[in-house]
Ligand binder design. Sequence first.
Ligand code: NAP
Length: 257
Amino acid sequence: MNLTPPATILITGATGAIGCALAGYYAKPGVHLILQGRNAETLAKTADACMAQGAEVSTRAMDLRDIPALQQWLAEISATCLPDLVIANAGMNTNNGPGRKGEDWPDIEALLDLNIKSTIALVNGLVPAMRRRSSGQLALLSSLAAFYGLPVTPSYCASKAAIKAYGEAMRGWLARDGVHVNVVMPGYIKSDMCDGMPGPKPFLMTPEQAARIIAKGLAKNRARISFPFPLNIGTWLLAVFPAAWSQRFVRLLNYGG
Ligand SMILES: NC(=O)c1ccc[n+]([C@@H]2O[C@H](COP(=O)([O-])OP(=O)(O)OC[C@H]3O[C@@H](n4cnc5c(N)ncnc54)[C@H](OP(=O)(O)O)[C@@H]3O)[C@@H](O)[C@H]2O)c1
């Protein structure tokens, strides 16, 4: 059975490929979209496109790593327009760079701050009001990269594994409060971030294809929305096979860095 379609939806990273496609998917009359991004110009363009489809749109251009500013914004939202659905989508990637250089600490720190700290702060800031109302849905963008650490992107895989574990735990904890939590684990989706990742990108999908799959999974309140199917099975097997085998597979498949 599907959940009641959400009327107020908060999407972070709405200036990026997946966030913009999700905003476009949900934009229609009767829906209030609250869209966040950093790039104000791109955010305005996304908002205009959603308004042209009949949605009411509010925007917030901000860096989510500013936790006090984020918490203040979430307090305002909780008091005035608590969302039915929140999609914690903003994220970034780093990699080991050319010539086995390794990740730079400023990049690692920025990634951990955004992918883990800001995402958890976002959930943490909205959960009290959702529990009081006994309704709400929180979708957390993890990745298939959470199943097994790829040598080419160590910190990214670690951050997405953290969000997978956090989302699973919060889903269990909030189940009796009427608040749903979903962990979203896409494979390769065409975007600036994806383009910047080293290694092969099998079963590459468009952001629009990904948005449809994510939205359908959220409507069914699936605990884990992981896709596409072949890559989902492959990466899941990496997690359950003996680690020495998985390490060999990953190297053979050219993710060895
Ligand atoms: N694409 C893939 O293959 C793939 C696969 C699995 C999971 N994912 C996950 O899906 C999510 C969206 O990825 P995408 O592919 O759509 O990437 P993208 O096109 O690069 O978009 C990233 C988004 O995050 C926002 N962002 C980055 N740093 C921020 C910060 N410090 N504060 C606030 N917002 C910030 C960006 O905003 P500005 O552009 O305005 O700075 C942009 O809206 C990420 O969490 C990613 O890890 C992606």
